[in-house]
Design a protein around this ligand. Structure first.
Ligand code: SDX
Length: 371
């Protein structure tokens, strides 16, 4: 057996997958290019593609929509616990806790592939309900009762704000869910697969993945990138700051990627829609600040935006609170995590890498009175 050591498993192939293909040249979900999926499908269709391996026809799409609607209501115990989590607890930590707690009220029986798929649809429906109920509680508002027949994205906004969103807003949120749904062996998906490889359950695998996604080097970057932009009053101020930050060797949130060294396919897709939204809202000054940060990072470090950079500003322009940015990422990525859980649980081999020991040379234990 050849031992290979690569920090962060950089460049190491840790498994085979049929779920997606991520490389500089393309991003495919089960063989479909992300550019086509972004243009021609919605999140419910991608959810079906993730779980069943194929895009749904009209009947199967209606089935997925109906099942999501069946699973949206929160168990009253979940709502009760939500009221007791301190108001200062960030939404990502609330989602991590509540997905785990909601698992005690999992309505799906069994552990065969179809039961896992149903549990994945249930989790996909529960996460937005948890996020919205918590958001409204913090604002002193009662939860909104889910309304059947809306798209998943429209429902999320309806549960959050109590009114049906306009099509453009719902479509843009839906696009971000499609873009965020899946991305091969990223840190949170790999976490999910490692937990699954011990033959643990889907809820445990998703709860662990949420913990991984929370970090600003991963999913937390969309919120961190927007927090960075909010510091600037002008493009000049932003440009000055970013050059100095790079000199200080600071990591600019929303930039760079372990796989994409010349740009993230998803960022290109989302940026175009983000610009249109800014124009429509008369917020072009944000685009000047956005570009004032992006251009020096590219010019000085040859580093490009990843999906989180345009997504942060997009959610801000949509009026979504910062604390919801990464939780919305979770609500999409449950679909990808679940697809990987299903795949891992089939041809499984426990993940147990080696490590290079660089600690103390072997030594004997001294008696207590000599330590
Ligand atoms: C996501 O893996 C996935 O697929 C993840 C994701 C998904 O859909 O699941 O795509 C989602 O997590 C996107 C990434 C979101 N994170 C951020 O935006 C945080 C900022 N980015 C960096 O921390 C970094 O780019 C990573 C973590 C994303 C990738 O880091 P790597 O591959 O470990 O690269 P590295 O840290 O080894 O950096 C290589 C060089 C270094 O410079 P030198 O020390 O060689 O001089 O590039 C520099 C780094 O300092 N660099 C950056 C930078 N990212 C890398 N410099 C400034 N700003 C950055 N953002």
């Amino acid at each position: 057996m050849t031992m290979v050591y690569s920090p962060g498993l950089d460049g190491v192939v840790a498994g085979e997958t049929r779920v997606s293909c991520v490389d500089q040249g393309r991003l495919l979900y089960r063989g479909y290019a992300i550019q086509e999926l972004a243009e021609k499908t919605n999140f419910e269709e991608v959810l079906h593609l993730m779980l069943y391996g194929e895009l749904p026809g009209e009947e199967r799409l209606q089935y997925i929509m109906d099942r999501l609607d069946d699973f949206r209501a929160l168990p009253e115990q979940v709502y009760h616990v939500l009221q007791h989590i301190p108001a200062t607890v960030p939404m990502m930590e609330v989602v991590r806790t509540m997905v785990s707690f909601a698992g005690h009220f999992d309505p799906v029986e069994g552990d065969d592939d179809e039961a896992i798929r149903q549990r994945a649809i249930w989790l996909t429906a529960q996460v937005p309900s948890i996020i919205a109920a918590r958001h409204r509680l913090l604002n002193g508002d009662e939860p909104v009762k889910p309304r059947r027949g809306m798209s998943h994205a429209a429902q999320m906004l309806y549960l959050l704000f109590g009114e049906e969103p306009d099509d453009m807003t719902a479509d843009l949120l839906d696009l971000t869910l499609v873009l965020y749904a899946e991305h091969e062996f990223n840190a949170s998906t790999f976490t999910c697969r490692v937990i699954c490889s011990t033959e643990s359950d889907l809820v445990s695998s998703v709860a662990g993945a949420i913990g991984a996604l929370k970090g600003p080097l991963h999913g937390g970057a969309n919120e961190a990138a927007m927090r960075m932009l909010l510091r600037f009053k002008s493009a000049d101020e932003a440009a000055k700051w970013v050059v100095e930050a790079l000199e200080r060797k600071e990591k600019i949130m929303g930039f760079g990627h372990r796989v994409y060294r010349h740009g993230d396919h998803r960022a290109h897709i989302l940026e175009q829609k983000m610009r249109k939204l800014a124009h429509k809202k008369g917020q072009d000054h944000w685009l000047a600040i956005y570009d004032a940060v992006r251009d020096p990072v590219r010019r000085l470090k040859n580093i490009y935006p990843n999906v989180d950079y345009p997504c942060g500003l997009t959610y801000h322009l949509m009026g979504l609170p910062l604390d919801l940015f990464t939780p919305i990422f979770v609500s999409a990525r449950v679909s990808g995590w679940s697809a990987h859980y299903l795949e891992q649980s089939r041809g499984n081999r426990l993940y147990r890498p080696l490590s290079e020991y660089i600690g103390q040379a072997e030594r004997t234990v001294p008696p207590l009175d000599e330590r």
